[in-house]
Structures are given as structure tokens and as C-alpha cells.
Design a protein around this ligand. Sequence first.
Ligand SMILES: [Zn+2]
Length: 456
Amino acid sequence: MRDAAEVTLVIDGCAIATVDATGAEYSDGHIVVRGNRIEAVGAGRAPETPGAVRIDGRGCLLTPGLINTHHHLYQWVTRGLAPDATLFEWLTTLYPIWAGIDADATRIAATGGLASLARSGCTTTTDHHYVFPRDAGDLLTAEIDAAAQVGLRFHPCRGSMDLGAGAGGLPPDSVIESLDDILTASAEAVSRHHDDSFDSMLRIALAPCSPFSVTADLLRESAALARELGVRLHTHVAETLDEQEYCLETHGVTPAAYLEQLGWIGPDVWWAHAIHLDDTAIATMARSGTGAAHCPTSNGRLGAGIARTADLLAAGVAVGLGVDGAASNEASSLIEEPRNALLFARQRGGPQSLSVRTALDMATMGGARILGRATEIGSLEPGKLADLALWNLSTPAHAGIDDPVTALILGAAPPLAALVVNGRIVVRHGEIQTIDEAAVGRDVARAQAALIAKAG
Ligand SMILES: [Zn+2]
């Protein structure tokens, strides 16, 4: 059926960074999209294609759409709180507010967060939702509906917490669930929503929250269930030294060693943050194929530490980038992450430790690798899905920067001339085509005020 589809979109006149295995780039190139797939990409003008939508890419840089590997979309309605706190202080401030979320607040928050991602070049995003207050409604479906409406490719993780303060965990007992309820809901999420196809717009992962908010039983059982169902595993690991201290005191091992003991390593697992790692943990990640979602802006906001990104990459670990939840990254702008990853890595290891092109690779192919979609997305190659970001570099802020990839990574965040997801134009001339952003903004303000009032 696909071969019968007409060429639907042509972009030419632009610089192109394909991020393919050879690093192919064109100073003046074209891309041809047929249906939801890339048909051709190369140098010079595109062939004549009657009937196709044609975008004049002059003054722009075309890259693969960016891939966001860690987020908590519901936090879009709880931004700006505890702005100077450590992770544990911040969490204990926010848990009681999060206890008030329901399906409506989750849908509104997700729409706001997804809009920010779309405007910052993101075509595929994960979400890690782990707060499921009793009687709050179907929160997972609420965010899935939001992603379908905005039009992004979506990998929501059915998160969970089962270790409340009463049993030695960090979260209050009001926001945790029982192990049985979590496993039932996780299996149901996969059977209802998970689509394994090449073109999939929706895949589920299982994601107990963190070593200090879940039991060992939940980690073990979730891993077994995910492997039985053929879905991926995600959790927070080694984000702060407080977490390391907690694991050493409670389990006698580091967070990374604890996760390894419970079977939480492998090519089907990606860890969020992975900051405080020793050489053994990095070697274990590399050997097992465990991926890392690096979230530099959130790590900076919480003063959590600087990940050993260059060491992870040198060891062969797949590293993607993430904005993390909006309550610890109020902008949640994905194009800021490759720049911050580069700056953070260079603060650790000097100017040679991470190049602008490696930063772009992490934001695209790195994400595709850790989500298990390296053959489908992450680079501009014939046969791959048409997820594209066309960055306008002809603004006064960018004109004259010597190299377009350097302008994208080190210059001001550029506006998008277009964002294409699965062959569909989602952003054009900097404006999201699928939703009314002003109305979403009003909804977000209303939901935020209601949530704060509810928490008293
Ligand atoms: Zn997180």
C-alpha cells in the first residue's frame, strides 16, 4: 500500500544534517517524503513532484526530529515550586500537591508539556507517569489522548510507587499503590495501548519510579512482566548522592548495583539520570546494553551532579537526552538539552570531551537507540519514518554563525520553520497546527490554581 502512496511533502534549499552512520551532511539539499516515510534525501534540488506540499527550506537546517527520553508531563501544572531545593526536599514539597491530580489535570498538563516539546523540535517523546491517586480516573489514557491530539510519537511509561513513608520510603502513603494493583494496571496498559509495529505512534514501557519509592518486589515483578510482554523497562537511577546514601544504608550497595541485582540491566532497559556511577557501573551498562537518559537541565536545576557523559559514550553506552519533569525544568524545551549536555560535559572534561555533532547525535539517534527504534527514527535515511525538524537559522540571532549545526547547538534556540511527525506537519512557521496554544495556556493556569488550592 505504501508504494502506491503519492509523494506528499518535499523540502529543499536547506542545509541537512542526516545523523546517519556516516554523518552525511549537505549544505544545500532536499528531502522527499511519501506518506509517513522518507523516500529520498540528498544534495541539490528535489525532482519535480506535482501535487506534493513543497516547503522552501532556504535559510534553514533540516535535522531528524529530536527524541525526548525522560519526562513527567503531569508536572507541567506544578512548575515553579521549591525552586532552590534538593531532589528529596523538592519531592517532599511536591508529593502532597501531586496527590490531587486527576484525569482532567493530567490531560491539560500533558497537552501543555507536549506543546513545549513540539515547539522545541521534538517528534518522539517518552513520559514516566508514576503518581496514580485513588479514584483519579484513567491518567494514562488522558496523556495518550493529549499526545494524539498534539500529534507526537509517544512512548508513555506506566510508572508506579509502592514504598510509602510508613514503610521507610520517601513518598507519603497517599500517593502509593499496592503491588498487585500496579501489576494488573501495567499488564492492562500494554494490552490496551502498546503497538509494536514499525510505524507505531504509541509504545508502552513499565517504570517503577526510583529505588527510594518502590520495593524490591515491585522492581523484580515489573521486570518479569515487561519481559513476558515484550516491552521496555525504565526507572530513575543514581540521580543524587542522597539516593546513593539511602541505597548504601538500606541495601548495602550503590543504586546501580542494586538495580543490577534485581535484573534491571539489559538492552531493553534505560536508566534516567545515571549521574553518580563508578567505573564498574559504567562497564556493566556497556556490557549489558543498558541505556542512559541524560537530563542536564533538570540535573542543574536540582544541583544533582554532572553525569559522566563522555565516559559513558566512550564505553559504548547508548545515551539519549531528556528534559525530565517540568517541575524541575520549567522550560522543558528539548533543544536546550544538547547544548546543556555539551556544556556540562566540557565542564567535567574540557572542550574536546563532547562535540556539537555528538550532542546532536545524542538528541536524535541516541534516543532512538535506547527506545529500541534505531531502524525506524533518529536519522534522515530513505525508508525511515518521516520525523523531521526544519530549523529557521535566518533570524538575526543566527545569521552569520559559521556552521549550521553549531548555530543549532550553541546559538539561541531557533524557531521551527516546520516540524513533521510521521509525515504530518505539526508545527509551521513556529506555530503548532494541531491545538490552540492560547487556550491550552488558560487551561494550564486554571488547573494549576485548582491543584494548589486543593492541597491547601
Ligand atoms: Zn525524572
